[in-house]
Structures are given as structure tokens and as C-alpha cells.
Design a protein around this ligand. Structure first.
Ligand SMILES: C[S@@+](CC[C@H](N)C(=O)[O-])C[C@H]1O[C@@H](n2cnc3c(N)ncnc32)[C@H](O)[C@@H]1O
Length: 222
């Protein structure tokens, strides 16, 4: 318990002090290794992520959806690494005009197609199979969301540059991230790339926390 408390303290303190995170990070020179698609496929097939549908596992989705809905009425949202589209459940209350979820795991996309079948049928939602590092579309969006997946998608600069053409003027990147020292580097990187419109931490009773943020990249002028 004392260790967990210490860890939370260092994570929270590192949000604005990258040097502190680097100081306390174990295995700091070991890169973050992205999991292969087979691992995700097996986990979705085994229903491991069913637990993510539980209410107490979705506070980060709800906050990000509300922050988006506040700024962009009837938002158009592209979610990369969307899994089975659970984020849409939170977005629905904000009457999105468009939601496109992209994931490289076929079982995840298939589950998403079932989950969101009514919205897919009327053309408001699409669930697409694709690699989030290279996915390309001509559509433009108010927000491109990376929820619990940015650490699997390579360098943040490359990612934001790749999706910049898909942002409408004044559009932004939405992020949720489980708080941990190593992935915080990615947050610091994203933060440095533009204007932070919103940033919050949701603490959970079981000791973890999510970072929820919206950043307007420098080039996405209003
Ligand atoms: C922890 S889940 C998060 C799912 C969803 N964004 C959410 O918040 O509920 C991470 C997702 O990222 C996806 N993913 C990982 N690497 C990816 C890649 N290179 N391209 C597309 N999706 C990827 C996985 O298949 C998985 O569905």
C-alpha cells in the first residue's frame, strides 16, 4: 500500500515535472514495446475486455466525451485503437454527428459492429479494420481520439503529423492514458506539440488513475 501511494505521488508530481518521472522510472532505457495484433485478437476472443464495459472502468471515457461534447456540439470523432467501440457509448450522450472507430484487431472490430449495429445501419458510425499507425481517410473530424492506446502506436510526433490532415480547423487530439511513469513521456511529447485545452486526472478507489486530455496541435489553427 505504501509503495502504491508513493507511486501515485511520483506519477502525479511527474505530470508537470518530466525530470522527476525520469528520476524515479525503473528500466528507463527500456523502450515501450507494442503488443502484436495476435495478443489483442486472443484477448478480445477470450472476452478479457468485457470488464472494460463496467461503469467504474469508463470514467475516463465519460470525461473525455463530455469535454469533447462541450467544445464541439454534435462532434465528428475519429478514434484510433478503438477496440470494440466502447468509447462511443460515452460519446452517444453528446449526439455525435459522426464516429469512425479504427482498430487492427478483427475480433474487436467485429464486436464493435455488433455493439453499434443501429448507428452503423443509419450511417453515423463506422468500425474499420486498420493499423492505427498508417490508417488513411479523406474524412475530417473535430477530434482524433487515442484512448488507452497511444503507447502502442509509435512516436507521438509521427502520429499527430499523420492525422493532422484529418483535423478540421480548430480540431484537436483527445487522449486518455492509464497513469504510469513510462508512458508519461508520450504525454509530455504531445503537450509540447500544441495548446492544452483540457487536462485532468481521474483517481480510482483501487489506486490507479487516468489522465484525460485534449490538445490542439499548433498547426490546427481556429
Ligand atoms: C486497451 S485497448 C483500448 C480500446 C479503446 N480505445 C478503449 O478505450 O476502450 C487498446 C486497443 O489498441 C488497439 N491497438 C494496438 N495497437 C494498434 C495499432 N497499431 N493499430 C490499431 N489498433 C491498435 C488494440 O487492438 C486495442 O483494441
Amino acid at each position: 500500500m505504501a509503495y502504491l501511494r508513493w507511486r501515485r505521488f511520483t506519477e502525479l508530481a511527474s505530470l508537470d515535472r518530466p525530470w522527476l518521472g525520469e528520476l524515479f522510472m525503473r528500466k528507463r532505457n527500456k523502450p515501450i514495446v507494442a503488443a502484436p495484433v495476435e495478443k489483442w485478437d486472443a484477448e478480445y476472443q477470450d472476452g478479457i475486455y468485457d470488464r472494460l464495459n463496467r461503469s467504474e472502468q469508463r470514467h475516463h471515457h465519460r470525461l473525455l466525451a463530455a469535454v469533447i461534447g462541450d467544445r464541439w456540439p454534435n462532434p465528428r470523432v475519429l478514434e484510433i485503437g478503438a477496440g470494440e467501440g466502447v468509447f462511443y457509448e460515452a460519446l452517444r450522450a453528446h449526439r455525435p454527428a459522426r464516429y469512425v472507430g479504427v482498430d487492427f484487431s478483427r475480433p474487436a472490430i467485429e464486436r464493435g459492429e455488433t455493439r453499434l449495429a443501429p448507428e452503423i445501419a443509419i450511417g453515423e458510425v463506422k468500425m474499420l479494420l486498420g493499423d492505427g499507425r498508417t490508417f488513411a481517410t479523406d474524412e475530417t473530424f473535430d477530434v482524433v481520439v487515442f484512448s488507452e492506446c497511444v503507447e502502442h502506436l509509435g512516436e507521438v510526433e509521427d502520429l499527430v503529423a499523420h492525422y493532422a490532415p484529418n483535423l478540421k480547423p480548430g480540431g484537436a487530439v483527445g487522449l486518455t492514458m492509464w497513469l504510469a511513469l513510462k508512458p508519461l513521456r508520450l504525454w509530455h511529447c504531445l503537450k509540447a506539440m500544441g495548446q492544452v485545452l483540457d487536462e485532468a486526472v481521474i483517481n480510482t478507489p483501487w489506486g490507479g488513475g487516468w489522465l484525460v486530455a485534449v490538445v490542439r496541435p499548433k498547426d490546427a489553427v481556429e
